[in-house]
Design a protein around this ligand. Structure first.
Ligand code: FES
Ligand code: FES
Length: 156
C-alpha cells in the first residue's frame, strides 16, 4: 500500500492505495465519486476525464499513487456549492447535449479545459478538442452546440 494525500473537489483525502490502483477506480470506489465513468480502460473513450491541477486527463491512464500531493476535480466538483450548475452543465441541459449520459461527465470536463485554453473556439476547434472523447450515442451535434452555447454565455 502507498499512502497518498490528494485534494479532490476542494476536499483533502488521505488514503492507502495499492500501487496498481488506477485513479479512476480510486475516485469511484474509494471516494464514491461515480460521476467519472469507465468506458474502455485503454485511454480511448474519454469518459473518465477529470482535471488534474487544472488540466484535463484521462483518469484510466494514471495511477492513484501518481496524484499524491495534487489536486483533482471531477464532475461532482463542477457545480457551485449552492447547487448552481456550471455553465457547461447548464448548456448541455438546455441543448439536449446528452442522450444516455454515459460520456457526458468526460465531455464536460474536456470541454471545460478546452474553454479555459480557448474561450472563443470555432466549431472546428471544439470538434478537434473533443477528439479524445467518444459518444456511443453519436450525439455530437448537440454536444458541440452545447459547448458553443456555453462559450457564448461566457463571452456575454
Ligand atoms: S475509460 Fe479512460 S479513456 Fe476510456
Ligand atoms: S450520450 Fe450516450 S454515450 Fe454520449
Amino acid at each position: 500500500m502507498t499512502r497518498i494525500s490528494v485534494t479532490v473537489n476542494g476536499r483533502q483525502h488521505e488514503a492507502d492505495v495499492e500501487p496498481r490502483t488506477l485513479l479512476v477506480y480510486f475516485l469511484r470506489e474509494s471516494l464514491g465519486l461515480t460521476g467519472t465513468n469507465v468506458g474502455c480502460d485503454t485511454s480511448t473513450c474519454g469518459s473518465c476525464t477529470v482535471h488534474l491541477d487544472g488540466e484535463s486527463v484521462k483518469s484510466c491512464t494514471l495511477l492513484a499513487a501518481q496524484v499524491d500531493g495534487r489536486e483533482v476535480t471531477t464532475i461532482e466538483g463542477m457545480a457551485s456549492a449552492d447547487g448552481t450548475l456550471h455553465p457547461l452543465q447548464d448548456a448541455f441541459h438546455r441543448n439536449h447535449g446528452l442522450q444516455c449520459g454515459y460520456c457526458t461527465p468526460g465531455m464536460i470536463m474536456a470541454a471545460a479545459s478546452l474553454l479555459e485554453e480557448n474561450p472563443t473556439p470555432s466549431e472546428e476547434d471544439v470538434r478537434e478538442g473533443l477528439e479524445g472523447n467518444l459518444c456511443r450515442c453519436t450525439g455530437y451535434e448537440n454536444i458541440v452546440r452545447s459547448i458553443m452555447d456555453a462559450a457564448g454565455a461566457a463571452k456575454a
